[in-house]
Design a binder for this molecule. Structure first.
Ligand code: EPZ
Length: 429
């Protein structure tokens, strides 16, 4: 088991480049299953455990996948095994994203029902309901979703709850369906827009991505295409907090600012200075903007945060902003409206001296003068990032165990922080 050891108190400085977005690369890789001919090239794909899991999943189906640096070449013409086995799906719930493309292109799928995870039950009932409305015959047997469809039919589908991967799964199901599909109350995340752009390059007819209503006219066949994964807005937000919490001065080379409205506004209200510089030198490639992050002279001010579907404040930044508010002046109320159990980092932060109380779906954060380093345990991906950020600001040493949670969503997180001046190491405990 590995741990991360941080000696707190260093002010970060220098510049960092953000990787491609995990939550865009995952649906994009699943979407390559829709290509009946040719080879897809996805660029700026982050080197993460979750990416390796879905690559392993597609290879097991018969896809040919070759990684060249940060690019993946994926050929799915020879796919014949339409299965997503339990031993892979249990390690990464987003494997459910192969269900829609498999049913769309092959008319069959056997995908392990994703279990819950640390942050909540994470049901996929809306994915299944939408596919059944499109004519798929679906049953759940021995923990597997088994689906069949001669050809999916276009349908008018309204989501009871806004779901990111539910929207993505049904978009990918609809692009080869017979007729028109309308997705209402669709998620509006930037990663969904990234997926729509890729599907359109493959020949799909899609309108409305990024709004609550997406309309898709099914076509007979899609062909392979190339695409550049957008920068990761959550990794960018995490490094903004790292700069602010360490009272540093950091340049993020390629922040997808256009996709970070809710986060940047909130961080500025807390007291960070977010200054857009000239477009990043690789602007055409990484589609980001260079931004300089510092803490303003007024220090950090507590305020309320409520996680919401995009373009609201993202739940994936909740742990990170909580750590910043733990050191802010005054009291903050953080309401987690998306997942029912996403406060496990609170109990670890309390061990570091944070004054936080959980009341139902809210956390009451009373700012303290400082945190103290302590041994802590990661519980989920974003909580683990938050605990490392806390260690940057804490007095003394913080040792975070269960680093595998962090590796699911951040490539070389401690290496990037070390390059920015943090005293941080990964050790084999
Ligand atoms: C995506 O998860 C992200 N994962 C999550 O990021 C992110 O936290 C989440 O969206 C919310 O933004 C990927 O994109 C791979 P949802 P997803 O379906 O799609 C309920 C990370 O840290 N729901 O939008 O699984 C669900 O219970 C991860 O990178 C149903 O009830 O989330 C939740 O309360 C964590 N039935 C709400 O909708 C369904 O069929 C939103 O979940 C589907 C969802």
């Amino acid at each position: 088991m590995e741990s991360i050891v941080v000696q707190g108190g260093r002010k970060l400085s220098g510049s960092v480049v953000i990787d491609g977005a995990k939550n865009s690369a995952l649906p994009l890789i699943a979407a390559t299953l829709l290509a009946a001919s040719g080879s897809c090239r996805l660029e700026n794909v982050p080197d993460l455990r979750d990416i390796n899991t879905i690559v392993h999943l597609l290879a097991g189906m018969g896809a040919a996948i070759e990684r060249q640096g940060s690019s993946l070449n994926i050929t799915t013409t020879a796919v014949e095994n339409c299965q997503a086995p339990y031993d892979l799906v249990k390690t990464m719930r987003a494997s459910i994203l192969v269900l829609g493309p498999l049913l769309a292109r092959f008319g069959q799928a056997r995908v392990s029902l994703p279990g819950g995870c640390a942050i909540g039950a994470r049901p996929v009932n809306l994915h299944i309901k939408g596919l059944e409305m499109m004519g798929a015959r679906i049953r759940v047997e021995h923990g597997y979703i088994i689906g069949q469809a001669e050809r999916l039919q276009g349908a008018d589908i309204s989501f009871d709850v806004t779901t990111v991967t539910g929207t993505e799964n049904l978009m990918m199901a609809a692009v080869l369906a017979d007729g028109v599909t309308v997705l209402r109350n669709a998620a509006r995340e930037p990663e969904i827009v990234d997926l729509a752009v890729f599907l359109r390059k493959m020949g799909a007819l899609i309108e409305g991505e990024g709004t609550h209503t997406i309309t898709i006219s099914g076509v007979e066949k899609l062909i392979a295409a190339n695409h550049q994964v957008m920068p990761d807005r959550i990794e960018a937000g995490t490094f903004m907090v790292a700069a602010g919490i360490s009272d540093g001065d950091v340049i993020i080379e390629n922040a997808p600012l256009a996709a970070m409205g809710g986060v940047v506004t909130k961080l500025q209200e807390i007291g960070l200075l977010v200054e857009a510089l000239a477009p990043s030198k690789e602007d055409a490639v990484l589609a980001g903007v260079a931004v300089r992050i510092r803490r303003g002279s007024a220090g950090l001010r507590g305020l309320d945060v409520k996680t919401m579907p995009y373009p609201g404040f993202p739940t994936d930044m909740q742990a990170q902003v909580m750590v910043l508010l733990a050191l802010a002046e005054g009291t903050s109320v953080i309401s987690e409206t998306i997942f029912e159990n996403r406060f496990m980092h609170v109990f670890e932060l309390q061990r570091m001296g944070a004054a936080i109380e959980v009341e139902g779906r809210s956390a009451i954060v009373r700012g303290v003068k400082g945190l103290s380093g302590a041994p802590v345990m990661a519980s989920d991906l974003r909580a683990s990032a938050g605990l490392v950020l806390a260690g940057l600001a804490a007095e003394g040493e913080t040792v975070m165990s269960r680093v595998y949670h962090l590796d699911r969503g951040y490539a070389g997180f401690e290496k990037k922080l070390k390059l920015l001046g943090a005293d941080i190491e990964r050790i084999k405990a």
